[in-house]
Design a protein around this ligand. Structure first.
Ligand code: SF4
Length: 192
């Protein structure tokens, strides 16, 4: 049944007022709240594993559910037993399932060669090789061992800007890799 915006606001206003009256009037809504908290929004059958959100240092608890037959991850949601988040997740953590399964994930890159007008679709592996090749060339060409008589072992020709979807472990490894290349211009979008 379609309802108008005005009607919708009227009804939700009445519902909100009803809840307020219930609280003021001494009605005990705790059992209802407890029941709501225990309902898993995306409950799916399978083997469940407690885990921790990989994204940020808050460390919200998660439950990862996998299909018992195939072992495939079928759901990720907040762990209500975690004292950190009591079952809730921020939008980023709530979308963690898409780390595993995402039909929209890009599997090709668009490449336009120097001087060319046309873009070409190239596989990711090809793109990775190109990036690695250019990083190596740039590192070898611009690495600075000493500056004004002091050992600096740095590479001012490469900068790294990470995205907020990089999780803790990835950031850790990335930092090690960049420091090994002598990169000093290192930043992450989550910190900016
Ligand atoms: S769910 Fe959000 S707040 Fe919690 S650890 Fe993950 S990214 Fe951080």
């Amino acid at each position: 049944m379609a309802i108008s915006r005005r009607e919708f606001l009227k009804r939700t206003g009445v519902a909100a007022a009803g809840l307020t009256v219930a609280s003021i009037g001494g009605l005990d809504v705790k059992p209802v709240q407890a029941r709501v908290n225990s309902i898993k929004l995306n409950a799916k059958k399978g083997k469940q594993y407690p885990s921790v959100c990989p994204y940020c240092a808050i460390g919200c608890g998660m439950i990862i559910t996998s299909d018992e037959q195939t072992g495939k991850v079928i759901n990720i949601e907040g762990n209500p037993d975690s004292p950190v988040n009591l079952g809730s997740l921020c939008p980023k953590g709530a979308a963690a399932f898409q780390l595993v399964e995402n039909p929209h994930r890009q599997t090709k890159v668009m490449y336009r060669a120097p001087g060319a007008k046309e873009w070409q679709a190239k596989p990711l592996d090809w793109a990775m090789e190109q990036v690695a090749k250019r990083v190596k060339e740039t590192r070898d060409k611009y690495f600075v061992e000493t500056y004004e008589g002091k050992k600096v072992n740095m590479n001012p020709a490469i900068a790294s800007l990470g995205g907020a979807t990089m999780e803790n472990e990835w950031n850790y490894i990335w930092l090690k890799l960049m420091r090994n290349l002598g990169v000093v211009n290192l930043e992450n979008q989550a910190r900016i």
